[in-house]
Design a protein around this ligand. Structure first.
Ligand code: GLN
Length: 197
């Protein structure tokens, strides 16, 4: 059984590399049949408005919603977090998400590409060593509903990592900094869920 990475757009190769380094077999998901064959899915960073259009064009949007509702473990980074949010603020006209996470996410909350930044975050769920986090035109979790839990906040108190059952989302990109703990955490969910087995 293999773990999927949504591979329509964005930095899916980096996620696939991290998952392979952790011993997972990886399927790049571009078609519904590929989604049906995986035990969990990573939705990469990229551009959520483009990813939204492509998932609909490729007939993946509804199968993705069904998979999330059916309990598939899914980890979204940055644009992937936006795709998993029930409510997207500052989306382009007509932008949709897959949803699942009981949160409102604001796109480009820190400004443009040039306002990208790096910082160290405390993430108690992953242990004592801080996570080095890179934010690239990153979203922020503006409101968290009762079903979701914050895993990390930046210095000003805004939430940048969340969890809800089998769903995990981060505003930042662990896949590009050699930080493997979020992927390990996700793979534990995959193992426990036994989705599609
Ligand atoms: N700003 C992008 C969006 O709205 C996300 C950026 C990223 O994934 N690094 O989709």
């Amino acid at each position: 059984m293999s773990v999927g990475v949504l591979a329509l757009q964005g930095d899916f190769r980096e996620h696939a590399d991290v998952l392979r380094s952790l011993g997972s077999e990886v399927t790049l998901v571009r078609r519904p049949e590929e989604l049906a064959s995986v035990t969990g899915l990573v939705i990469p960073g990229g551009e959520s408005s483009v990813m939204d259009k492509l998932t609909r064009m490729f007939g993946l949007a509804d199968p993705l919603r069904a998979a999330v509702q059916g309990g598939m473990p899914v980890y979204g980074t940055c644009a992937g977090l936006i795709m998993l949010a029930d409510n997207v603020l500052d989306g382009i006209s007509g932008q949709q998400s897959i949803g699942g996470l009981d949160i409102s996410v604001r796109r480009n909350a820190f400004g443009s590409q040039t306002a990208s930044f790096e910082t160290d975050l405390d993430v108690p769920a992953l242990g004592e060593t801080p996570v080095h986090a890179v934010f690239i035109r990153a979203p922020v979790v503006e409101t968290i509903g009762s079903r979701a839990t914050a895993l990390a906040t930046i210095a000003d108190g805004r939430c940048v990592a969340v969890e809800q059952g089998n769903l995990l989302g981060t505003s930042f990109h662990p896949e590009i900094t050699g930080e493997y703990r979020f992927h390990e955490y996700f793979l534990q969910k995959v193992q426990t869920a036994g989705f599609g087995a």
